[in-house]
Design a protein around this ligand. Structure first.
Ligand SMILES: *Cc1c(COP(=O)(O)O)cnc(C)c1O
Length: 475
């Protein structure tokens, strides 16, 4: 144990030094060839190495090559800086190393609290057994849509667990053009088939067009298909748009469809002062997915799915072998009865610590600060002659493009090249996307340590990177 104690102390210092200096280092840098070869090509040592050597390797070979999230000028995808409280307790979860499949121990009991807290935070109705922590929103979505599929079968007098999908007319799911790819992945995995996934167009603010949804559902009903689920977004990845949830909930209710809401990134936006009205209807969902490892900053991995009807999800997954039957019955059974995973990590500790450390006010403050930063960036873009905003800013994502000239074809090519060029300069990190057929840049603001100067620097970095690229794009 002395060896472990010494090594852990070194590792603790390394961890805190890393976090303290994160803003001083490049946001991202290319991996040196020698380190790349070591990282990918090393042999399994024939005999074991001391713990302190491993810490040295982490220091020398890994800490210099982060993905970039954690830095105040990381604006890519939807990846946050880790919460201090989450970093603090992560090694303790590893030391306890429970499986949170079930049983009567701290890991399982605390997960019930975390699920209740998350539901309360976003205003979702919660009953014990009303959710699960997952690896992320992708797995959470599979679980939610499996329950939706099972319920649709029940409503039609079928047990899909027993019968599969063979004996019924095709079940149709509706997703907006801005919906996340995990929805389609889940539909494929659940055997629904891509042909049964309808892409509902969006309006000019990138929200699901409910008129088009109504039309598509009516057409499918007319053709004898079974509309069974509509998946709305509470914060899309491209622009942060929140679909008209109340209207979509009405349509779902009219047609006996499951309402699923993907709030992986944006559900927490309901806490932001002005935006909460946009989220009206979120509590009407049959299932709501949110990712504590996004805006909340719980260190990866921590996703979450909440559902309205605990008994239904349990009936979708429960399959208890005799040796795992819970003698200590609290009426809820094991977490492993509510999803496909058996052995499950102690995610609740990182989530609990993060939320307990921030408190409700701190979480609302984190959301407000980052939404405010997005509005600041929006204002800078609107004030600059060479930038153009491409979508309204509702949550904390800003979609825009660099527009030093008017030639559309050149602008598309230039904006396509900008993210990689900015990343390689190492002073800021953003990613791109396509919006309504146009190459776009997008900045996702999740880090409350980001400053106004960081935002100004981002725009200057885009200009500088573009100048280098422009030589190729505008010959
Ligand atoms: C990140 C994200 C997902 C996928 O979640 P994972 O945690 O990466 O599995 C789904 N939907 C939205 C809106 C997201 O931001």
């Amino acid at each position: 144990m002395d060896e472990l104690r010494r090594a852990v102390r070194t590792a603790a210092d390394l961890t805190v030094d890393y976090l303290a200096d994160v803003g001083e280092r490049p946001v991202w840098q290319p991996v040196k060839e020698s380190d790349r070869n070591w990282l990918t090509g090393q042999d399994l040592p024939a005999t074991g190495r001391p713990l302190s050597d491993l810490v040295d390797d982490v220091h020398a070979r890994m800490l210099g090559y982060p993905m970039g999230n954690g830095h105040p000028r990381f604006f890519g995808w939807v990846n946050s800086a880790p919460s201090a409280a989450g970093v603090l307790v992560a090694p303790i979860a590893a030391a306890m190393n429970p499986s949170c499949a079930g049983g009567d121990h701290a890991g399982v009991l605390l997960e019930h609290t975390v699920l209740r807290w998350l539901a309360e935070l976003v205003g979702f109705p919660h009953r014990p057994g009303g959710g699960l922590l997952t690896s992320g929103a992708s797995m959470a979505t599979v679980i939610a849509l499996a329950a939706a599929r099972q319920r649709a079968g029940h409503m039609d007098g079928l047990d899909i667990r027993e019968d599969g999908l063979y004996s019924r007319s095709p079940m149709v799911m509706y997703v907006s053009a801005e919906g996340h790819s995990c929805l389609r992945k889940a539909a494929e995995l659940l055997g629904l088939g891509n042909r049964q996934v309808r892409v509902v167009p969006v309006d000019d603010t990138f929200r699901m067009n409910v008129g088009a949804l109504r039309h598509l559902v009516a057409r499918d009903v007319g053709e004898g298909l079974r509309p069974f689920c509509v998946a709305a977004s509470a914060g899309t990845v491209n622009t942060g748009a929140v679909d008209p949830l109340d209207e979509i909930a009405d349509i779902a209710a009219d047609h006996g469809m499951w309402l699923h809401i993907d709030g992986a990134y944006g559900a927490l936006g309901v806490l932001s002062g002005n935006a909460s009205a946009d989220y009206s209807g979120m509590a009407r969902a049959d299932s709501l997915v949110l990712d504590p490892h996004k805006w909340l900053g719980v260190p990866v991995d921590c996703g979450c799915v909440l559902w309205r009807d605990p008994a239904l999800t349990r009936a979708t997954f429960s399959l208890i072998p005799a040796y795992l039957r819970d003698d200590n019955e609290n009426g809820l059974g094991w977490f492993s009865e509510y999803g496909p995973e058996q052995t499950r990590p102690f995610r609740a500790l990182r989530a609990w610590a993060t939320m307990a450390h921030l408190g409700r006010d701190g979480i609302a403050g984190l959301v407000d600060t980052t939404v405010q930063l997005a509005h600041t960036l929006q204002a800078m873009i609107e004030a600059a002659a060479d930038f153009e905003l491409l979508a309204p800013v509702g949550t904390s994502i800003v979609a825009f493009r660099y527009r030093p000239v008017d030639d559309e074809q050149c602008l598309d090519e230039l904006n396509r090249q900008i993210p990689a060029a900015v990343q390689h300069r190492g002073r800021a990190f953003l990613t791109g996307t396509r919006l309504a057929g146009t190459e776009a840049l997008r900045a996702c603001l999740l880090n409350p340590a980001t400053t106004r100067d960081d935002l100004a620097l981002l725009l200057d970095e885009i200009r500088a990177a573009a100048e280098i690229q422009a030589a190729q794009v505008f010959p």
